[in-house]
Ligand binder design. Structure first.
Ligand code: NAP
Length: 308
């Protein structure tokens, strides 16, 4: 079968022939229609316990042998994944896509939207609070801006480095204000945008932006770190964290039934709140270009047509 294959960690995928998965007890064979890629794929998904060579895991939508149209996340049975004509996925990770939901929405409401809603709900946003999304121009960030508003935020601010991508957030009406990071004084820029201080920070990048954002929070602030694209190690002055809570949370460890219930809830929110996500579309044969775009920071959800 055709597949986008990673030969070892840190090496970009190459599209070629790869052995097709065989049926296995407890797992479902899926003919993949559409595959998705996320920041986690290029940052760390191939770091631990991966058998090489392997197909890009990603996430996808496809059909089972009995005709079900299903979504599946990053847990294909190794070494298979969504970026191939066929994948093999544990039965509990194969979720029926409801009528009327398109492939791209099923995918963007998967890992990315789940990664946004879990920490935002845990932060218990109070009506009218100020919320900052650090790393707001990526897929997760775009969704988080809208979910923060849906959960009751008063002022929603997005921060990232790309001026063009920040401008696009504003033209789509996703943020009340944006902050371009990487200036000489990020702290002042964040404080100026904070209207007296942020109550909640959803931090998708960690590193220096997190340290700057902490200084723009007020007492009682809840800071939720879920990504490390700007650096995994920080030198934290504990004074910046006094009377605030910093949580680092991941959503992937939750049992499949919980993640499925969150995903179904997100599909409803996406329809009712008309959540918008920018997409960048490829096909499987151009998986290397899709991977390079994700590494460069696409400011959009990357999807690829797999079966013609
Ligand atoms: N813990 C979980 O459960 C969970 C679940 C899903 C995702 N995640 C993590 O969440 C993060 C976001 O995912 P995604 O798919 O939305 O990724 P993405 O599309 O690559 O977006 C990354 C965002 O961070 C910004 N950024 C990157 N490096 C930066 C830096 N040095 N300083 C400031 N901003 C920076 C980018 O914008 P600019 O290029 O404009 O700066 C962009 O807005 C990833 O780290 C992913 O691993 C965690």
């Amino acid at each position: 079968m055709r597949a986008a294959v990673i030969s070892e960690r840190g090496i970009a995928p190459v599209v070629g022939e790869f052995r097709a998965p065989e049926p296995r007890e407890g797992a479902v064979l899926i003919d993949v229609d559409t595959a998705g890629l996320g920041g986690w794929d290029v940052l760390g998904a191939y770091r631990l316990g991966v058998e090489f060579p392997c197909v890009i895991r990603g996430e996808g939508v496809g059909r089972t042998a009995d005709g079900r149209r299903v979504y599946f996340g990053e847990r294909s049975v190794q070494p298979f994944g969504a970026w191939a004509e066929r994948s093999l996925v544990p039965v509990e990770e194969v979720w029926d896509v409801p009528e009327g939901v398109d492939d791209r929405t099923a995918i963007s409401m998967g890992i990315a939207a789940t990664g946004a809603i879990v920490p935002l709900e845990q932060a218990r946003i109070q009506p009218g609070e100020n919320v900052l999304i650090l790393g707001a121009t990526g897929t997760l960030g775009q969704i988080a801006l809208q979910l923060a508003r849906h959960l009751g935020a008063g002022r929603v601010v997005g921060a990232a480095r790309s001026a063009d991508a920040l401008q696009r957030l504003q033209s789509r009406g996703l943020a009340d204000a944006v902050v371009r990071l990487g200036s000489t004084d990020d702290v002042t820029a964040l404080k100026d945008a904070a209207n007296g201080g942020f109550d909640v920070v959803l931090d998708l990048v960690c590193g220096a932006p997190l340290l700057s954002a902490l200084k723009a929070t007020r007492w009682g602030a809840r800071i939720m770190t879920i990504g490390t694209g700007a650096g995994r190690q920080i030198q934290l002055d504990m004074a910046d964290l006094l009377f605030r809570t910093l949580s680092t949370i991941g959503t992937g460890q939750r049992p499949p039934a919980d993640r499925r219930a969150i995903w179904l809830r997100l599909l409803t929110i996406a329809r009712e709140q008309k959540l918008s996500v920018d997409y960048l579309d490829f096909d499987l044969e151009h998986a290397a270009e899709a991977w390079a775009a994700q590494v460069a920071g696409p400011h959009a959800k990357i999807t690829a047509r797999v079966r013609r």
